[in-house]
Design a protein around this ligand. Sequence first.
Ligand SMILES: CC(=O)SCCNC(=O)CCNC(=O)[C@H](O)C(C)(C)COP(=O)(O)OP(=O)(O)OC[C@H]1O[C@@H](n2cnc3c(N)ncnc32)[C@H](O)[C@@H]1OP(=O)(O)O
Ligand SMILES: CC(C)C(=O)C(=O)O
Length: 568
Amino acid sequence: MNFDPKAKYRPFEPIELPDRQWPSRVCREAPVWCSVDLRDGNQALVKPMNHDRKARMFALLVQRGFKEIEVGFPAASQTDFDFVRWLIETDRIPEDVTIQVLTQARDALIERSFEALRGARRAIMHLYNSTSPVQRRVVFGLDRAGVIDIAVRGAERVLACARTQPETEWVFQYSPESFTATEPDFAVEICDAVNAVWRPTPARKTIMNLPATVEVSTPNGFADQVEWFSRHVRDRDAIVLSVHPHNDRGCGVAAAELAMLAGADRVEGTLFGNGERTGNVDIVTLALNLYTQGVDPRLDLGDINEIVRVAEYCNQLPVHPRHPYAGELVFTAFSGSHQDAIRKGFAAQRADAPWEVPYLPIDPADLGRSYEAVIRVNSQSGKGGIAYLLEQDYGISLPRRLQIEFARVVQREADATGAELGSADLWRLFQAEYLASEGAVKLLSYREQRDAQGAVKLSATLSVNGRECLLGASGNGSIDAYVRVLEQAIGISIRLVDYREHAAGPGADARAVAYVEIAAADGAGSMFGVGLHDDVLSASLGAVTAAVNRAQAVVDTSPDAAARALSG
Ligand SMILES: CC(=O)SCCNC(=O)CCNC(=O)[C@H](O)C(C)(C)COP(=O)(O)OP(=O)(O)OC[C@H]1O[C@@H](n2cnc3c(N)ncnc32)[C@H](O)[C@@H]1OP(=O)(O)O
Ligand SMILES: CC(C)C(=O)C(=O)O
C-alpha cells in the first residue's frame, strides 16, 4: 500500500450547505422503487441473463409489487431488444407497471430503443451521459458546453422519436452519470438544459436521476449533493427526483436513506444489491428497514427465501449468508446469552403487541422464515438454546436444573467435535444420557394397590445387576413407594428432590415425559432421570430408575459408588 495516500487520492469536497434540512427529517413514506435488476444488475453479471432468466426475474419483480422496472438496454444487445419485444408482444406488462429502457445520448441508439418499445402502453425512456470533469476530459474530450450539447441533442432526439410513437404514454428520464463526482452547479445546469427541451409540468413530470455511479463520499456527503440539487434545479415541482446509489464504500443503503431525507422521491436499485462492482443499492434492505420502522414499504417481501432462490437462479450469484434480512444465518443465534434472551423474548411476546424480541429486529415469520432456524447450537451455546430446540422439535420442557446439567453434556460433545449440533443430535445425546434403559437396575413389572386413606403399596419385579427380585414397599404415593423399593434394591437411602411431568407433544396420543431429581438422603449432590412412556406412572417410575442408574454409572455399579455420587 501507499503509505502517503494523500499524494495519490483526493478527498471528496464537501458542499457548503450550512442550513441543510435532511438531518432533522424522518422518512414516513416509501419512495417510488425502480428495479434495475434487468439492466444494471444484468450488465454486471459474469453470464448475463438469457431470456428464461430475464422472464423469471421480471415475473418476480411484478409479483412483489415493483411498478417501475428497467428491463434492459435494448440498443446494446439483441437479447435485451428481443426481451423488450416479447414483454410487449405477449402482453406481459400489467396495467399498473411501467417498463423503462436505458440509452446513451446517441441518435442511432435512441432510435433503436424507441423501436424496441413500439406498441408499449406506457414507458420510461432513460437517457444518460457522463458529466464529471474526468469523464468530460478523458471519455468525451469536451468542455462543459460540449457535454451539455450531447445531452441536449440526445433529449431532442428522444422528444422527436416519441412524437412518432404517440400510441405510447412517454415518460422521459435523464441521468447525469457520475453525478457524485460532478460539480453540483454543472449537474443542475445540464439537467435544466435537458428539461428545457422536454418542458415538464407538474402533471407531466420528467425524472431526473442522480446516480452515485461510483460512491465517493460518506452518505451525508451524498445527501448534501441531493438536497443542494433539489433546491437549485429549475421546475422542481415538475420533476421526480430519483437516486441511483452504488455501494463502492459499502454505504449504498445508508446513502439512499439519507438521500430520501434530502428530497429523493424515487430510488433505483436491485434485489440484494446485485450490480456493477460492489453492487447497486439493495432495495430489499431499504424496504425492510422502512417496514421495521412501521412504514409500509409497498413491496411484498414475505417468503423471502423464494425471492432469494429466484434472484440466485437469475443472477447465478449467491446471496451472502449474512445478507440483511435474507441471508441464511441472519435469524440464527449460536451464542448462549443471545439464545437465552431470544427464547425468553418469544415467550413474552404477545401477538397483538409491538415486536420486542431481543436480537431480532424483525419477526422472522413476516418474511416466511421459521423460528426453528433461529437458534442453533455449537460450543458457544448455552442451556437456553438447547432447551429451546428440544422444546420446539421434541415437545419436552426441561426443568431449569436439568437444563444446566444437560448443557454440560452438550458442551462436552460440541467441544470434542467442534461441530454444530442439530436438534436431532441433541435428542440423541439426551436419550443416551437420561433415557437409556441399560443400567444396573431394570424395572420389569409393577403392581400398585391403594388403601382407603390413599397410601400406596407397590410391588415391583426388578433385575438388579442381572439378578431378578420381587420387592415391595408403601409410600404416600406411587413414586414415593417406588423410591422405597429401590432403596432396598441398592442399599442406600434416597431423597426425591424434584418431580415434574408433562405431555410431550400435542394431541390425545401425546406421550408423557417425567423428570425426577434424586439425592442421597444425607447428600448435597443430585441426579436427574427422565422417563418417556404412553402412561404417566410408567414414565415416572422409568425416570426414577434412570436417575438411580445414572447415579450408579457415575463411578461403577456398586451401591457404595452410587451413594458417593449422590452425596456430591
Ligand atoms: C454507469 C452505467 O451503468 S451506464 C450503462 C453502461 N452499460 C453498458 O454500457 C452496457 C451496454 N453497452 C454496450 O453494449 C455498448 O457500450 C453500446 C452497444 C451501447 C455502444 O457500443 P460502442 O459504440 O461500440 O462502444 P462504446 O460504448 O465503447 O462507445 C463509446 C463511445 O460512445 C460515447 N459515449 C459513451 N457514453 C455515451 C453517452 N451516454 N452518450 C453519448 N455518447 C456516449 C463515448 O464518448 C465513445 O465515443 P467515441 O467512440 O467517439 O470515443
Ligand atoms: C446510467 C446510470 C443511471 C447508471 O447506471 C449509473 O450511473 O450507475
